[in-house]
Write a protein that binds this ligand. Structure first.
Ligand code: DQA
Length: 244
């Protein structure tokens, strides 16, 4: 079975760390030693997306489940190429990875990325980011519904929290959804940092940390993320082993 799906099926929150293509062999070794659950490869931050190069870097992460992300510049990522090229990249990596992340706003390629992932049993994360603000909760509810309808296995909502009310709205979005919805919710920013630990305990499926990749706003390092999840989520250490 797909390694990320198998981990998700256990119902315990998982920890991802994000990587670009800097010294992948060494980075992958550090991630395995750190017990990271999922390596998110930020293809949009690679020095080149030449297929041979990308295949080689994914190969370096062979001992970890891999999530491939090619974030559009529109949603804060580094992808500045065409949508055709991005779709071709997703199609090339779909057979090699366990999951892909594509933005709901990437309407021109969304259905084709979902289809490519499905063909290879890769988990589909359909994501929404707002690096400036947290939109009203009704907008976010509509976003989740649209992402589900587009074929998401997991919907990710990651927005900038500029007040405690924003953190509360995101927590509400998460807790009102039933467990089958499969949500990843992140409150970005310093005020949202608590969400990196607290939201997994409320049902958010994956929390993002960093090993030595540049952190996004409010991310905690993997060591701190692990320590706090162990402290506050009693089943955390069983995520890779036990039938829960
Ligand atoms: O979208 C997300 C979440 C994230 O932006 C974060 O704030 O943890 C980190 C990204 O690498 C990932 O793709």
């Amino acid at each position: 079975m797909n390694a990320i799906r198998a981990l998700l099926d256990r119902g315990v929150p998982l920890v991802a760390a994000s990587f670009d293509d800097t010294d992948c062999e060494r980075a992958a070794k550090a991630a395995v030693e750190a017990e990271v659950d999922v390596a998110e490869l930020r293809l949009d931050q690679f020095s080149t997306t030449d297929p041979e190069h990308v295949r080689e870097q994914i190969g370096a992460f062979r001992d970890l489940p891999v999530l491939a992300t090619a974030r559009s510049a529109r949603e804060g990522g580094g992808w500045t190429g065409t949508d055709e090229a991005r779709l071709a990249l997703f199609r090339a990596v779909a057979p090699l990875v366990d999951a892909v992340d594509v933005e709901l706003s990437s309407r021109e390629i969304l259905a084709d990325v979902v289809a490519a992932a499905r063909r290879h049993d890769a988990v589909v994360i359909v994501s929404f980011h707002d690096f400036d603000r947290t939109p009203p909760i009704d907008r976010l509810r509509a976003t989740v519904a649209e992402a589900k309808a587009a074929g998401a296995d997991i919907v990710k909502v990651s927005t900038m929290a500029t007040s405690r009310a924003d953190v509360k709205a995101l927590a509400t979005l998460l807790t009102e959804a039933d467990d089958d919805t499969g949500l990843i919710v992140i409150a970005m920013g310093e005020i949202g940092s608590v969400s990196r630990i607290f939201f997994p305990a409320l049902g958010s499926r994956l929390t993002y940390s960093f090993v030595d990749h540049r952190p996004t706003s409010g991310q905690l390092g993997y060591a701190e993320t692990f320590r706090l999840l162990r402290r506050f989520y009693p089943d955390f250490d069983q995520r890779k082993t036990a039938e829960l």
